[in-house]
Design a binder for this molecule. Structure first.
Ligand SMILES: [Zn+2]
Length: 63
């Protein structure tokens, strides 16, 4: 299968959302996108969910 991001020929691709566009990419490129949640592919903006995730990561450390 061909990675739609870097064009590499890989045995399997992963479907991720990159800047709002669903792409089939190789595993190394999949970190540049977000994995769509079941049924939420159209609903959640990937940028917003990424921001919320990093914000949540900081909170427990803030003691
Ligand atoms: Zn790739």
């Amino acid at each position: 299968m061909i990675c739609e991001l870097c064009g590499a020929d890989v045995p399997r691709t992963r479907r991720v959302i990159v800047e709002g566009t669903p792409l089939n990419v190789c595993t190394s490129c999949s970190k540049f996108g977000v994995t769509p949640q079941k049924g939420e592919e159209q609903k959640v903006s990937p940028i917003v969910s990424r921001l919320e995730r990093s914000r949540r990561r900081f909170r427990p450390r803030d003691v």
